[in-house]
Unconditional design. Sequence first.
Lengths: 952, 141
Amino acid sequence: VTLLGSAPAGAPDASFFSANREKVFYALAIAGTVFLLPFSLNNFWQGRLLLGVLTMVVAACFIVNALAIYRGKLPPVPVVFICLPALVGLAISMATQGLVGILWSYPAMLLFHFVLARRFANLFNACIVLFAGPFVYQQFGAVLAGRVVVTLTLTIVFTNIFSRITEAQQRSLREQVTLTANQVKLTSELLEAVPMSVAVRDTEGRFVQVNRTWERYFNLKREQAYGKRFSELPGWEENPELAQTARAAEEVDRRAVERGPDDPADPIERSRLGRTYLNTRRAFVDTAGRPIGVVSATLDITEQKAMAEQLATEQRRMDLVVRAARVGIVDWDGRTHATFYSPRFRKILGHAPDADTSGWPDYFKVMIHPDDRERVVTRWRSFIRGKGPEGPGGEYYAPEEYRLLRADGSYVWVQVSGVAVRDDNGFVIRWIAAVTDITKRRAQEQALRESVQLREDVERMSRHDLKTPLNSVIAVSRLLRENSRLAAEDEELLSTLERAGYRILNMVNLSLDLFRMEQGTYRFNPRAIDLVDVARKVAADLESQASSKNVAVRLRQARGDAAPGGASPTSLLAHGEELLCYSMLANLLKNAIEASPERSTVTITLEGAGETVRLHVHNLGAVPESVRASFFTKYATSGKGAGLGLGTYSARLMARVQGGDIGLRTSEEEGTTITVTLAAAAQDDAVPTGTATSPARAEAERLPELPALRVLVVDDDEFNRLVMRRILPSPPLTLELAVNGRAALDAAARQWPDAVLLDLEMPVMDGYETAARLREMERADGRKRCTIVAISSNDDRATMDRAIAGGCDHYLVKPAPRETIWQILAGRKVPAEPEATSRDETDTWAPVLVDPDLRESLPAFLESRRQALDEIPIALARDDRAALRRLAHKLAGGFSLYGFAWAAAQCRALERDAPEAEAAALTARAAAVRDYLQRVEIRFGTGGVASSSRHA
Amino acid sequence: VNRGQRGRIPRREKRPMTIKMTLLVVDDDADVLGALKTKLERTGRYDVLTATSGHEALERLRERRPDLIVCDIDMPDMDGGGLAAKLREDRSTAALPLVFVSGLVEPEDAQGRVGGWPMLSKRSPIDHLVKKIDELVAKTT
């Protein structure tokens, strides 16, 4: 059933017929009509009806199939059905006609071979041989039968050989066709796929083939190009530029053909319509070497070219930047450890910019200053291993400063920062560092530090210098007033002078305080302040200013408060400092009076509101729109000729320092109200018994009796010495005066004083050293302990500490009131027996209160302190002041925490004096501390704030 | 302020279910370090890690992340400032709260900040320092 055409093409068993079905059927149809028909008709003529019909059927089948194929359809008659009548007809003709039938079996065999698959055809034909052999033998004898069989078999063999040869030929032909087709397909796919435009033109310049990229570049379809020259492309003739290009292109084609395929021209860059292309032409020739066309390949390189240009520009700019920034570049390869040093870097190190760096020593091992090396290398190592603070993926190496070796053997300070490239493991494989010469900057910084230090020194000294004569002004006028009999007018003048002096002094002190507030170092010392009292005082002090403008100042209590509304207030306690409150309110009130219209009223309203108290200053003038936003900022003023605009600024500063704040509400209708909010006084705030200065004044009423003491006054200022001489009555006291520390020591050596009044800032030998030396003398010579009172214009804590640590018992700020000095002198009971010298009422020997939690560790602690103290003389013997400083610092830290306040203060003084003081003084102090540790009483407990031994 | 002293609560009372904060105390003086560790741990509120130098502190930090670093300023080798700078450089530690303790300042002056970090004075008895640390921990956590 599968005989007809169903075998796949090229299959080994396919018959010749199936491969050439069309030709076979046409040939068979013709042969059937021309040769078979006469014999069929003859059969009818001879009366062999069946044979005639069968041959006719065979011929008809051929014609029908040939016709169907001619019409493009499948042959309707299966081959087997054609063969069957042929086989039957052959059998009949053999049976009826003998040898004639045998003759017909030859063409039948050929027929079967052609129309059937070879295997079936051979089967049929073998059947014919087997069937014809015995038949001929029976009828004509063995000789003829043998020949018939041999000829028939030969026919089968020949037809097989023939069909095999043709099949092999056909197969190889088919394969070649397939191969060629594939190659053509591949080539065209390739052509389409390449991202460059490819065009093939014949020798006449006509386009034969182009690819997709060509279509895109030229914005044309390939059908529009095939068969045309450049100049004939649509739209090219009209455009003069393109026409020019076309001519040039055709010329290039011609030249390429002339050069031949073996000598193609170099790629040419050309531009068309604003884009840049790179083009190659190459002639191609046939097998005989005749040129048959040109292949032209073009690449659009506009972007690449732009990029390359940009890159070059960037590179140039980068070079300029590097040169302009005066930054040296070090480029380190982590794999090869090769290092590139930029010319600028070489210059930083004092080499020629083009110096050969190949022989340079290792950057880390040699070039970095030995003192910096370990620090830098440690950081660097952890950085490249990704273990530094930058983390495992850290790229940026934050700036670091160190010294590098210069060509001349000196070192240069540089700042180095860098960027790293890391591999997958986080290891740095490349590191590019920017190196800046910072020698100059460091020098500038140093100079700046020094100038700041200088300015601070100058400031402190000028303050001191200002205060010293001022103190004399105050003290002298007071002495004159108290000790002389003066006319009432003179008395009044002198008291004015004294008040003016105090005012200047307060201004100096306040400016210092303001400075501290700005710096945030102001020490707020709050107590309960009666704002009503303060407000009354301010109002009284500004009375004359107010009346000159016809402005009334009214003080009232807010409605709803405990006091009857509007009535004169009684008291309102705030948590603050009296001086600050006074200055703040004075500033605000002064501004209010200035801003107030003539003949109006400025109202101060006091309001207590639970946790806070408020103070409103109201006037009818409005703050101009333009300055409202900056009302409380420094140097903001409005329409004032004089004044720096510090009033409101300092008022706010003071309000904030006291834990409060200040606010502004202003409008044309309601005028201006400034509201100060402060915390209400806490229950445990100290309540002043009167005005701030009153305790001293109260004391002044009853000056104590002075014992007969030997007092040494040490001051370099002659006015101060004069004042002291007047303050301290000569009997009962015996006074000795000295102009500096050295003179004081001499005087003390001559005759040991009971008390020393010591100025701290003096030339030749200052008060700190004097006190230390005095204590040393005291100890060395077994003198009885004298009272040392430090008197200084400085009121900062550091100075106080230093004085106390240096051995002073008391600290007074100039101008020291006579009463206080008298108190100290009188309160000092000079013991008759030297036995009780050390353990007097100064709290040096107060029991030390140690936290119970530290009870266990205390013995070890004391032991380690003793060891450290013992190391001090050793360090001094080596003159290792740095070691001494470290020891003292360590000692001070531990002592404070454990509660040994006095020892801590001593050690801090040691630490401070370590660099300069004389070894003997330092040793003595260390010994004193060690002695103290042996003897001081230690208690365990908490809660008590161990007060440091300080009197101010 | 005084309330804590008036109400006589036993100070070493065990508080159930409180999560302990971890402190890293850095000081080159072993005695100071020991005293602070003892005192802080006895409050029952802290686990205290210690280090005697900036370098050691960095080591500790690699092992465990504290809630607050209490650091002495003046130390040999790497001082407090150096440590703080290191911490700030590194993004992972830049946000760690740190407080300086120094013997160089008075308790009253120690309200200022050094390079943005608060500073406490070592010049006060230890229970005051611990109280200040308590306040800071309460504020920062």
